[in-house]
Design a protein around this ligand. Structure first.
Ligand SMILES: *Cc1c(COP(=O)(O)O)cnc(C)c1O
Length: 373
């Protein structure tokens, strides 16, 4: 049997939803309320409930969500924001875009911010801690929040990969001052194009976010700040409302796939699997293994028709744009070592058991062969 396992398969997610999505778009075309229309309001309200916060504000991308969060917290030139070197580059871009200075700290085995590194990175200019719930697993938020409170810092959560993830029974996006989500096509709740959303329970911050995303307009006539245009599109919100109904089921399927891999691959020496700690709910935006001979394994899986990816192969401080951050190679030994070992396996909800088995067999064969050499 010739089983193929592409790394992602967005068309497969959409084909059973196509009719519903088209009908949602048709309704928007019919009412013609394209900018901040009723579907945006409805989506925001559902999303806020889902995250356990009072307010959600839809925007055009996860990147702009981060930029606006920092802006409304008054972060700008001279301020420092503590974050990690192994995120998607947008996390650091957002800090630079508002004119502030990113200060990076290393991560732990779970690919998330190591809270033990935060204290040493604090200066009188530190304003915000910006942890990233990478791969769909919450950071150790208890520790992050404790430090933030002790030093009167705000916490902006980068939840781009972690919608519905939980830390001690609370959803990410409700733990810090503001949560920032991406609705990019490759995220677990995805628009058919770009999108993002912010969460907060602070009514004043929510109001300022609404103004900041909409060219500084408080009403149609009253411009209270000069700002850009970062609105979530009504058509995207209409399609997101369709998808929102499936999100919990999709998340459970991702978790089921993850548990299957964890069960089937646990005894392989040389392979570190993402495990779930007590009190955590991981949503497995990615299922990232840490593997010896990672590049060979990737090639081997490709030869068996299995797509994989690397999130992310080059840490941010080693990117071309990252030179200006002033962290030389070797500055973050854990993140840099992980960059050479991490490999993301296919994990989407639509994977069939035969496909999961194909991945498991191919990985087991690789390490068996390796052992004989
Ligand atoms: C995807 C992503 C972003 C950026 O979101 P966009 O919607 O692509 O702008 C930011 N941070 C992390 C961790 C991401 O994965």
């Amino acid at each position: 049997m010739d089983v193929k396992v592409p790394y992602v398969d967005i068309a497969r997610q959409h084909s059973p939803l196509k009719q519903e999505l088209l009908e949602a778009v048709a309704r928007v075309i019919d009412h013609g309320n394209f900018i901040l229309g009723p579907e945006v309001i409805e989506f925001e309200s559902h999303f806020a409930d889902l995250c356990g916060v009072r307010h959600a504000v839809g925007v055009n991308s996860g990147t702009d969500a981060l930029v606006l969060a920092l802006k409304v917290l008054g972060v700008g030139p001279g301020d420092e924001v503590i974050t990690v070197p192994n995120s998607f580059v947008a996390t650091v871009s957002a800090v630079k875009i508002v004119g502030a200075t990113p200060v990076l700290v290393d991560v732990r085995d779970d690919l998330n911010m190591d809270p033990a590194m935060i204290e040493a990175a604090l200066t009188p200019r530190t304003k915000v801690i910006l942890p990233v719930h990478l791969t769909g697993r919450s950071c150790d938020m208890d520790a992050v929040l404790r430090i933030a409170e002790a030093h009167r810092l705000r916490v902006v959560e980068d939840c781009a990969q972690a919608v519905l993830a939980e830390h001690r029974g609370r959803r990410v996006g409700s733990l810090g001052t503001i949560g920032c989500f991406s609705l990019h096509p490759l995220k677990t709740l995805n628009a058919c194009g770009d999108g993002g959303i912010l969460t907060t329970s602070d009514p004043e911050l929510a109001e300022r976010l609404r103004v900041e995303r909409n060219i500084g307009l408080k009403t149609r006539e009253d411009c209270v700040a000069f700002a850009g245009n970062s609105r979530l599109d009504t058509m995207q919100a209409a399609m997101l409302l369709v998808k929102l109904r499936h999100l919990e089921t999709w998340t459970q399927k991702r978790r089921r796939n993850a548990h299957y891999y964890q069960e089937q691959l646990r005894d392989i020496p040389g392979l570190m699997l993402p495990l779930e700690r007590d009190g955590e709910r991981c949503v497995y935006h990615t299922f990232v293994i840490q593997a010896e001979r990672r590049d060979e394994l990737k090639t081997h899986l490709e030869s068996r028709g299995i797509g994989t990816s690397i999130h992310y192969p080059i840490p941010i401080h080693l990117q071309t744009a990252g030179q200006s951050l002033g962290h030389p190679a070797g500055a973050f030994p854990v993140a840099e070592r992980q960059a050479r070992r991490i490999l993301s396996l296919p994990i989407y909800p639509e994977l069939a058991t035969a496909q999961l088995d194909h991945v498991v067999t191919a990985i087991r064969d690789f390490y068996r062969k390796g052992a004989r050499q």
